[in-house]
Each structure stands twice: as structure tokens, then as C-alpha cells.
Design a protein. Structure first.
Length: 121
């Protein structure tokens, strides 16, 4: 299985976002520290502020949510998903646009982590 880890501000709200809006299923949860949600053979590890992944680095930097590296979810039909996410109050970083190979849009989870929704063309 392939996995990625996102740091999140609140594990419960992250689980709700990924399961309710993006079709993930909760696989495991370890209280407020961490949860694993899965979709199509991909595991997303949601690490809260009390998880080991959020501990300061030896140089003093503290891992935080956000940035521009992102999970890409390939979708069959971007427009109805964008409409549904807009209606549910999801934060968008941009409007859908076309590029090489298809169309995409960037949304954010409740902690500001980006998710690219990509429709191949």
C-alpha cells in the first residue's frame, strides 16, 4: 500500500473532511494523535499536533500543515465534485483550469493542506 502523511490541526475534523467530502474510509484512529483514512488502495495518515510526526526537529523547526506538496486525487468528472465541494464550504486555492493532460483544481483540508483534484483529458 502507498501512504502519505499530512500534519493536521485536529484529527477528528480531518477525518470528517476526508470521509464526508472526498470518499475516504476511516481505517484506524489513535485518539487525537493520528488516524488513517484509505481510498482506492491509498492510505493517508492524518497526524495531529500530539503525534510523533509533529515533534520539533533537532534544528528547532516545527512541522506544520500546509505548503504546496499535495495529494492528487484522480476524478472522473471534476465539475459536479467542484459544485458539491463549493456547496459544502470547502476552501479552494484556485478555480478549475486546463493544462497538459487534463483539468485540475486545488482545495484545502481543514488544516490548510492542499489536495489536487485532477480530471484526465
Amino acid at each position: 500500500m502507498i501512504a502519505a502523511r499530512y500534519l493536521v490541526d485536529d484529527v477528528d475534523s480531518a477525518v470528517a473532511f476526508y470521509t464526508d467530502r472526498l470518499g475516504f474510509v476511516l481505517d484506524q484512529q489513535y485518539g487525537p494523535a493520528m488516524a488513517i483514512v484509505v481510498r482506492d488502495g491509498f492510505a493517508l495518515w492524518l497526524a495531529g499536533p500530539v503525534s510523533s510526526a509533529a515533534q520539533p526537529m533537532p534544528d528547532g523547526r516545527t512541522p506544520t500543515p500546509g505548503g504546496w506538496n499535495r495529494v492528487v486525487l484522480v476524478v472522473d468528472d471534476l465539475d459536479p465534485l467542484v459544485a458539491s465541494l463549493t456547496e459544502s464550504g470547502t476552501t479552494f486555492r484556485n478555480a478549475p483550469f486546463g493544462g497538459v493532460g487534463g483539468r485540475q483544481v486545488l482545495i484545502e483540508d481543514p488544516s490548510g493542506n492542499p489536495i489536487e483534484l485532477f480530471e484526465g483529458g
